[in-house]
Ligand binder design. Structure first.
Ligand SMILES: [Cu+2]
Length: 312
């Protein structure tokens, strides 16, 4: 090959490569574009009435409608947060499926200001087709099969994705294996930063919460019975921090990583759940009493990742 041909190939690659990368889905949007989207979203704050998810089942055919919208939520006692949401709540609704379900899901973006999307960690689909942006005021239908059982996260994947997650766009999707019951409790951990501020995402969170509100299960403990086996489906939505799930006064008798029935760890003291991961945790309490459950990352505990089981 001549020197000239080598040069032509090299120059062609320089021209083609950025285009190829730029066409490869949501996450690859340039930082400039991400910041433009972000700035545009700052123009107008809206507080939309929550529109709940609907879910209909005929055998194993499941039809779901979800709504992306902007809604004011309370993330700690007296602390309001202008959230971007699924169905008006943070986290979004828990989606309970059975292994083998065929899901038809329509995402209706009723947010007037910006595009949103949804990425289901449980779905085995091409993300550049299924998880793409739905413009403001539009809807989009996707299909997937719930083949892999487990405790999964779903979230908005629209750029800047870190901001869409930090603003509240996440939830749990739980696929139970055949013949098994739903988990007793579902807990989603997440962090809250200064709202609608990309730079704040590089700093420490202000609030870390279980199911969207700091210390809500300290103020309203979860009740269980002595000796009764219970399961906690735990998801860490992040966006940034690892969780160290721990229950004071017992051990985590059986932990299924990602909630999969093939992944077992027995008698664990604290279990690390990465952002974007989940677990199914089996517990049993031998004596009546108050048993705190926390993220044993003490900073998170202090900021609201804390609750209590009352065992009677
Ligand atoms: Cu979004």
């Amino acid at each position: 090959m001549s020197m000239r041909n080598v040069l032509v190939i090299f120059v062609t690659m320089l021209l083609v490569l950025p285009v190829a990368i730029g066409c490869n889905g949501n996450q690859s949007e340039s930082d400039d574009q991400a910041m433009k989207t972000h700035e545009a979203s700052k123009k107008e704050t809206v507080n939309q009435k929550p529109k709940p998810m609907t879910m209909d089942r005929v055998g194993q055919q499941v039809t779901i409608h979800m709504y992306t919208q902007q809604t004011m939520v309370e993330i700690a006692n007296g602390v309001k947060f202008p959230a971007w949401t699924f169905d008006g709540t943070v986290p979004g609704p828990v989606i309970y499926l059975k292994q083998g379900d065929h899901v038809t899901l329509t995402l209706h973006n009723i947010d007037p200001n910006m595009p949103h999307s949804v990425d289901f960690h449980s779905a085995l689909v091409a993300p550049n087709k299924a998880f793409t942006d739905v413009p403001a005021g539009k809807s989009k239908t996707i299909h997937f099969n719930a083949d892999v059982p487990g405790v999964f996260m779903y979230h908005c994947a629209t750029s800047p994705m870190s901001l869409h997650i930090a603003q509240g766009m996440y939830g749990a999707i739980i696929v139970t294996p055949k013949g098994e019951a739903k988990p007793t409790f579902t807990i989603v951990q997440s962090e809250f930063y200064k709202p609608n501020d990309m730079k704040a995402l590089n700093s420490q969170p202000n609030v870390v919460a279980f199911n969207g509100k700091a210390d809500q299960y300290v103020n309203h403990p979860l009740k269980v019975k002595v000796g009764e086996p219970i399961t906690v489906a735990f998801v860490n939505a992040g966006p940034n921090e690892f969780s160290a799930f721990h229950v004071v006064g017992t051990v985590l008798r059986d932990v299924q990583a990602s909630g999969n029935p093939q992944n077992h760890l027995y008698n664990v003291q604290s279990y690390t759940v990465a952002p974007g991961d989940g677990a199914l945790i089996h517990l049993r309490f031998d004596q009546p009493g108050r048993y705190p459950f926390v993220s044993h990352d003490m900073q998170q505990h202090q900021k609201g990742a804390s609750g209590i089981f009352i065992v009677e």
